[in-house]
Design a protein around this ligand. Structure first.
Ligand code: GLU
Length: 428
């Protein structure tokens, strides 16, 4: 979420400009790629269950589609801003390019708080969003997916509305659908698992294995839950998890020094990622202030909640023991804090590489949906691991060869790929 002093779009543009300078990108391509291609801003009036009408603001922003249809999630969040969506749409372009899937970048959102809406109200909101965009999105144009506070239930309502309007079955319109209704096995796990595949590879290059390492995670939504599970399965110890408490409207860190049990934690978590404090205390966890997650003496930090979480105010609280930061969220480290970490030599797996597992599996889902033939889970996860590992290695190689920070190396690969597509099409 964007605070007044932080603008994620400026952050995304600063990251882009930095690498555009490194690779000497020409002016026309630079000005074309540092802003979105197309934006849709609209209102969605919704009849609430009590008979009143609320008007919501909805958006879809398509940053670039030179390499394939725009692709990216839809967020429901009360603090959503146009600039947040612009930044996220840009990051989607780089994300699809770094894992080398034939898709561009887009992002959507609605300023709303689904935690305080009934299912019927959320369904009307999903259908309203699609009605406003029905001609501007689609399997060959722009393919939405879940993101913060949206899930397979929302995707199916959106698909149904799209199909009612267009008269037919178009399962390739949207990804993150329920399994059995056009969804792919492994899609729910994909972002979190993908994060751990990159952590595994980063540790390998530090001469380590996941077994015996410890980690602290911010967030306990879809990404964090599955990252935590796989990390634990591979022998890692999750020491703390920080998440938002919807009743108290603040975040807490849940700590157990000898290791949390992620499966047990999962059972006491609501659908928005809030952990039940009573049950946590019963299991012997300590409940601490929000920043405690990044002060722990662990090997790995996985910020997997929202953007702008590691800032100049808290970056110095990071323990000297931390070897690696794997960005499960999009943009969790702000520009100033990133500069500090870069100078300190911190090993950061940048967001658009680390969390690309979700969109990679979305691509597999689209392929399966369009072919109407569905793969086994093992096949999906094997392909996901291959794609993530290959992308990770390419970024690490580029970083080593050119003595670059991992974020810059990932940008070098992505910007070059997208710039080439734009030039080959004759757009610039
Ligand atoms: N919302 C996810 C992301 O930020 C997934 C996008 C997708 O699957 O299209 O990467």
């Amino acid at each position: 979420m964007a605070s007044n002093s932080y603008n994620p779009y400026e952050n995304a543009q600063a990251q882009f400009d930095r690498v555009a300078n490194i690779i000497g990108l020409d002016d026309a391509t630079r000005s074309f790629l540092r802003q979105p291609m197309k934006e849709y801003h609209f209102t969605i009036p919704i009849k609430m269950d009590d008979g009143s009408t609320n008007v919501y603001n909805g958006y879809r922003i398509q940053h670039n589609d030179a390499r394939g249809p725009a692709k990216g999630g839809i967020r429901f969040h009360p603090q959503e801003t146009v600039d947040t969506i612009r930044a996220l749409s840009m990051w989607m372009t780089w994300k699809c390019a770094v894992v080398d899937i034939p898709l561009g970048g887009g992002k959507g959102g609605i300023i709303c708080d689904p935690r305080n809406m009934t299912d019927n109200e959320q369904e009307r909101l999903c259908r309203g969003w699609v009605r406003k965009l029905a001609k501007d999105v689609g399997p060959l144009i722009d393919v939405p997916a879940p993101d913060v506070m949206t899930n397979s239930k929302h995707m199916l309502w959106m698909l149904d509305e799209f199909e009612q309007i267009h008269g037919g079955r178009f399962p390739g319109f949207i990804t993150g659908k329920p399994v059995g209704m056009g969804g792919s096995l492994g899609r729910t796990e994909a972002t979190g698992y993908g994060l751990i595949y990159t952590v595994r590879e980063a540790l390998k290059s530090l001469g380590m294995k996941i077994k015996g390492t410890s980690a602290s995670i911010q967030g306990f939504g879809n990404v964090a839950q599955y990252a935590g599970r796989l990390y634990e399965e591979l022998g890692g110890t999750v020491v703390s998890v920080c998440c938002w408490d919807n009743k108290d409207k603040k975040a807490y860190t849940f700590l157990k020094k000898n290791g949390l049990d992620i499966a047990a934690l999962f059972k006491m978590t609501d659908s928005f990622g809030s952990i039940d404090k009573e049950q946590a205390l019963d299991l012997g966890m300590e409940i601490l202030p929000p920043d405690a997650w990044l002060e722990q003496d662990v090997d790995i930090l996985m910020p997997s909640a929202l953007e702008n979480q590691i800032t100049l105010e808290n970056v110095d609280k990071i323990s000297k023991q931390v070897l690696l930061i794997a960005e499960g969220a999009n943009g969790p480290i702000n520009t100033d804090a990133d500069e500090k970490l870069r100078k300190s030599g911190m090993f950061v797996i940048p967001d658009f590489l680390a969390n690309a597992g979700g969109v990679t599996c979305s691509y597999f889902e689209q392929v399966q949906s369009n072919a109407n033939y569905y793969w086994e889970k093992e096949e999906v996860l094997r392909k996901l691991d291959y794609q993530m590992t290959t992308a990770y290695k390419a970024v690490e190689d580029t970083a080593k060869k050119n003595k670059l920070y991992m974020r810059d190396a990932a940008y070098v690969i992505s910007i070059n790929r997208v710039a080439q597509a734009v030039k080959m099409r004759g757009w610039v």
